[in-house]
Design a protein around this ligand. Structure first.
Ligand code: ADP
Ligand code: MG
Length: 187
């Protein structure tokens, strides 16, 4: 995608998320030497760190039930807004001391119809990198797909540390993820 189009897309995604109090507040955007620059609130000065930097300091205790509830509640909020952050790796999830979660990097957001029930069989055309043989995805499939980078980072972060951890067991398989979502979201 051309830099200007990419920048416009990410800006639109961030502004949409902001409308509902999600993501760092958008300030401005410029294209400079063919690089897109997005100006937004600096979450670091508000005490937020990426999971990536936290894991490099080996704070595995971050991944407890409080964290998981905050994380899944935020995703539930997005589902109800008809969108999902599709790049949920540790570099794009920031938390503070209270385990309040802020998502960043809204370059890849999948939109769908907010009014449909979560388990609707209606399928949506996925954003390009999710397209597998022209397959369309249900909302449940989109959310499971969204969780893949996160689950991947959890298991890569430190296998020995996470082998018996709460989060590793909770997200062990596709069925576990479905069960967890239904339980947390009361659906
Ligand atoms: N609003 C923000 N506040 C503080 N740090 C940020 C913010 N946005 C991005 N960062 C930092 O910059 C890194 C890269 O930003 P990101 O938007 O994820 O770009 P990339 O497309 O390179 O992944 C993040 O992992 C985070 O450390
Ligand atoms: Mg990123």
């Amino acid at each position: 995608m051309a830099p200007r189009k990419k920048l416009e897309q990410e800006k639109e995604n961030l502004i949409y998320a902001n409308t509902f109090g999600i993501g760092p507040r958008y300030v401005d955007s410029i294209l400079y030497n063919n690089y897109g620059i997005l100006k937004m609130t600096n979450l670091k000065i508000h005490g937020f760190k990426t999971l990536e930097s936290i894991c490099s300091e080996i704070h595995a205790c971050v991944f407890d039930e409080t964290f998981l509830n905050h994380f899944l509640n935020l995703l539930y909020k997005m589902v109800n807004l008809g969108c999902m952050h599709m790049d949920l790796n540790f570099g794009n999830i920031m938390i503070n001391i209270d385990k309040t979660i802020q998502l960043i990097d809204f370059a890849e957001v999948q939109y769908f119809q907010a009014s449909l029930p979560f388990e609707s069989t209606h399928r949506f055309t996925p954003i390009d990198h999710l397209r597998r043989h022209g397959e369309k995805l249900t909302i449940m499939m989109i959310v499971k797909e969204a969780l893949l980078p996160f689950v991947g980072d959890v298991s890569e972060c430190s296998p020995t540390l996470f082998a018996n951890s709460f989060i590793h067991k909770t997200l062990a398989s596709d069925d576990d993820i479905c069960r967890l979502l239904k339980h947390c979201w009361c659906i």
